[in-house]
Design a protein around this ligand. Structure first.
Ligand code: ATP
Ligand code: ATP
Ligand code: MG
Ligand code: MG
Lengths: 256, 256
């Protein structure tokens, strides 16, 4: 059935949404059928793909609590082979509501289990926390893809994330693997990026993708046009890096 | 008693921790007695001030749930007049634990009420979410200081934050005011920063501080040395901007 990847990192602003949008766009461009599931109450993945939040009646909140089936909440984007389940505004209350639910970490897994396998890949854009929303994503996913900003504070949080993933693997989801780490906002003008990159490759080895996403202003301009940077400016360094990342992710998938 | 300011924004990576650390350092430098309360499970404010998290027995978690008094958890930093209540690792579970508590939004307010007023200012570094930890900070604070990254996606989340603050003001804390918005990571090389800055000043007027924090690599290097950028490199544009911000914040305080 579908291969489910959680794009997660509790550190804020490291490029989770940007990676979820552009990696999925590049995978759709080579004919994979891809779904983005926007599990962040900020709804940035929906915005970045031009979906107006106020027009959404059923979104990721309704699917999570079981009011809507996965398929009834799927919305097509303007990009062929790419669909999204957008974040509805009720999602910001979901974390508190779920706490009392039975088997609260499995809500998303239950919702995905009912769906027929229409997609090759489902990418879940997670909020910047290790709360119940992210735990639900890690319980249903087979892999975690970790965007890591090339900054010192972002490096600090990595061990907390890895520990949480191991706890989820042991308690809720034995299939969970660390799919890979992608370095983001790499700035070749300063030493800090090179130091962080060396540190991470030394410690995590092959788990770190060769593709590195450079800091590139076109990437941050694209969301204001409601389009992935791959459509906004295909030839910019940011887009090219996401194309290489997609190729590397797909190649590793075929090796499995 | 103490003036309590919550440094909050649910968008991740916008400069909440960096602003809490450097604004409080600049205020301490002019003789104000300042406390940083690290309410983010990532504990970046503690790291940025050189506090080793593994040495912490009682921190913000213990104060929040009432196991320790505020004063017993205060730790002096190497900076005169600046202290911190560091984030202990249990804080990541606090959000789920608090849900069942009575009057769960008032836990921090109860903890602060018992303390004797030793500080002129208490700055609370909030996590990137509008969950129970941030709600506790907004319920005890008199003002919210909002760091706003000069990026399109960061602008998107501002209305959600303002709505939440109004809800907290009505339900939990009638004293709560929007203290001010500070523009961060302003990059004069690209249009996006100028566009976001114009938009925000047009909509929020005087609430936006005149001081603007530029994107400056020294700022992101400082945490790896466990020191605020004001100590790491006082003459860099980032430090100078935080000195101007502190002067502006204190001037407005005196006007109240
Ligand atoms: N390679 C890049 N170059 C320049 N800007 C980037 C790049 N990647 C992301 N950005 C910008 O940095 C900001 C943070 O990225 P993004 O919102 O994708 O991170 P996030 O991890 O999803 O944040 P959050 O933790 O709030 O969910 C956004 O404004 C985005 O446009
Ligand atoms: N003015 C600046 N210039 C350059 N880098 C900056 C600046 N301000 C902050 N940074 C860097 O950007 C990253 C995000 O900043 P910071 O961690 O303070 O944001 P935050 O809002 O506290 O993040 P979170 O949402 O994860 O709590 C950090 O690596 C920090 O060092
Ligand atoms: Mg995001
Ligand atoms: Mg922070």
């Amino acid at each position: 059935c579908s291969r489910i990847i959680a794009v997660a990192n509790q550190k804020g602003g490291v490029g989770k949404t940007t990676t979820a949008i552009n990696l999925s766009t590049a995978m759709a461009a080579v004919g994979r059928e891809v779904l983005i599931f926007d599990l962040d109450p900020q709804g940035n993945a929906s915005t970045g793909l031009g979906i107006e939040r106020k027009n959404i009646s059923a979104g990721s909140y309704e699917v999570l609590i079981g009011d809507e089936s996965l398929h009834s909440a799927v919305v097509k984007t303007e990009i062929p082979h790419l669909s999204i389940v957008p974040a509805s505004s009720d999602l910001s209350g979901a974390e508190l509501e779920l706490v009392g639910a039975k088997r609260r970490e499995y809500c998303l897994k239950r919702a995905f289990a009912e769906s027929k396998c229409k997609f090759d890949y489902i990418l879940i854009d997670c909020p910047p926390a290790l709360g119940l929303l992210t735990l639900n994503a890690l319980t249903v996913a087979q892999g975690i893809l970790v965007p890591l900003q090339c900054e010192y504070l972002a490096l600090e949080g990595l061990s907390q994330l890895v520990k949480t993933a191991e706890r989820v693997k042991k308690t809720f989801n034995p299939n969970l693997k660390l799919q890979g780490i992608v370095l983001t906002m790499f700035d070749s003008r300063n030493n800090l990026s090179a130091l962080v990159s060396e540190d991470v490759r030394e410690y995590f080895g092959r788990t770190v993708y060769k593709a590195v996403i450079p800091r590139n202003v076109k990437v941050s301009e694209a969301p204001s046009h409601g389009r992935p940077v791959l459509l906004y400016d295909f030839n910019c360094p940011g887009s090219q890096a996401y194309v290489h990342l997609a190729a590397e992710v797909l190649r590793r998938e075929e090796e499995l």
